[in-house]
Design a protein around this ligand. Structure first.
Ligand code: FMN
Length: 217
């Protein structure tokens, strides 16, 4: 039994990466973690060239990654949410799993878990539901492929203004848009996944559930 985990976050050792790894570890199974940054994955071209072969016609890393997903018994996908929807790397990765669908439904029945990281806190008035959007984008892939979607881990991440150097003076600072006119880099602070007890508990619970289900199967 093997579980594949991918992270679409390009940030080194990001909250998304570490949370995906926490879920993988909780499975107690053999796992592989892949960071999508550095992989070359075009989005699906909608050419249907994969229908007969179950392989994409594009000669980039997408086919190799799809093969890994096909061989895995469970899948964990983590994305972050630039402009409050799933990041392009995670989306391209999911689109490129389309070849696995035809005739065989190679992902069908496999357990899947989503990790979504966002800067906008839940129920922030007038702002998009970033984490829900990211989680939906991943979970809808899993549902549409007939996977057994186990749940989502939502992580409160960091707005880039925290580390860009101009967070306190920038006219367009998302920092003030989200946290109010008086918010500063210091008052908002840095969010760390490991300090979010509820989210970490969910990561452990879901990972363990995936591991137990796969050991029984
Ligand atoms: C270019 C950029 C745009 C972003 N836009 C949003 C946004 O619109 N909404 C949001 O909730 N978070 C936004 N974020 C914040 C990310 O979702 C946040 O940085 C996330 O926590 C990064 O996760 P990581 O630490 O796992 O890489 C943005 C981040 C970047 C880098």
């Amino acid at each position: 039994m093997k579980v594949l985990g991918v992270s679409g976050s390009p940030i080194k050792n990001s909250n998304t990466d570490r949370t995906v790894k926490a879920v993988l570890e909780a499975t107690g199974l053999e796992t592989e973690f892949i960071k999508l940054r550095g992989q070359s994955i075009e989005p699906c071209r909608a050419c249907l060239g994969c229908v007969d072969t179950n392989e994409c016609v594009i000669g980039d890393d997408g086919n190799r990654l799809a093969q890994k997903a096909k061989e895995a018994d469970g899948l964990v996908v983590g994305g972050y949410t630039p402009y409050s929807s799933i990041d392009a790397r995670s989306k391209s990765f999911l689109e490129r799993l389309y070849p696995l669908r035809h005739k065989h439904g190679f992902m069908s029945g496999k357990p899947g878990i989503a990790v979504a990281t966002c800067a906008i806190p839940r129920d922030c008035e007038g702002m998009p539901p970033a984490c829900d959007n990211g989680a939906n984008d991943i979970s809808f892939y899993m549902m549409e492929e007939g996977m057994n979607f186990l749940g989502v881990v939502k992580i409160q991440g960091n707005i880039p203004c925290i580390r860009c150097g101009y967070g306190d003076i920038c006219q367009s600072a998302g920092l003030k848009m989200i946290f109010g006119e008086n918010a500063t880099v210091d008052s908002v602070g840095v969010n760390t996944a490991e300090k979010q007890d509820h989210a970490m508990a969910e990561a452990l619970k879901l990972g363990k559930e995936m591991g137990e289900r796969l050991k029984k199967s």
